[in-house]
Design a protein around this ligand. Sequence first.
Ligand SMILES: O=C(COP(=O)(O)O)NO
Length: 248
Amino acid sequence: MTRNFFVGGNWKMNGSKATIDTITDGLNATKVPEGVEVVCGAPDVYLTYAQSKITNASVHVAAQNCYKEAKGAFTGETSADFLKDLGVNWVILGHSERRHVFGESDELIGEKCKKALETGLNIIPCIGEQLEEREAGKTEEVVFNQMKFIKENVSDWSKVVIAYEPVWAIGTGKVATPEQAQDIHQKLREWLKTEVSQEVADSVRILYGGSVNGKNCKELAGKPDIDGFLVGGASLKPEFSDIIRARE
Ligand SMILES: O=C(COP(=O)(O)O)NO
């Protein structure tokens, strides 16, 4: 089954109005192939600015996180309702930096998924093992456990795009080989078939993230269970346009 190719950018805590001008000029000049979806995860403070600069109808902005409550005494947090109010319809959740830098638990990430979906957002929940977990042969155990907490909180799989991002490949330049990535993507799809349904397994996009760039994207995109990417560093560079066109 072919699924629409999906390319997410994750700008992380990077950017300025000037750099967003440059990035969005490049995105606006990119001919996005028919059916390909593109979202760019901007810092909260720049979401409206980024939105205002994007004129390419195939490109949308995403938030990089949101909280599990709609409103209240949660200083510094961003509500899914705020994002909806701004017309931001995508949010990345459970990124490995939220997990391993800011200590977000599987339970909290599940609750965030639930709240974001209830609010009408589309979500990009992230999973992925750490190097020592892979070296200990625990990759499947780790990612299936992370998926369990996501699955328990998903009310509508049509609004979910999963991102598998091996932590050891994020920001390291050590990209997973296409075979390594395809292996886990295939096992995740099998897991979805068993734990959810054949229909969901067939339709949910599973993105690969971790040192994707303009050079390695085509071979990765050629794998049957890799439906796109969640790109960090390279999403800030002109080569992001090459990644958007990786399936061409
Ligand atoms: O964190 C990542 C990947 O980052 P890099 O592409 O810089 O490895 N995506 O969310």
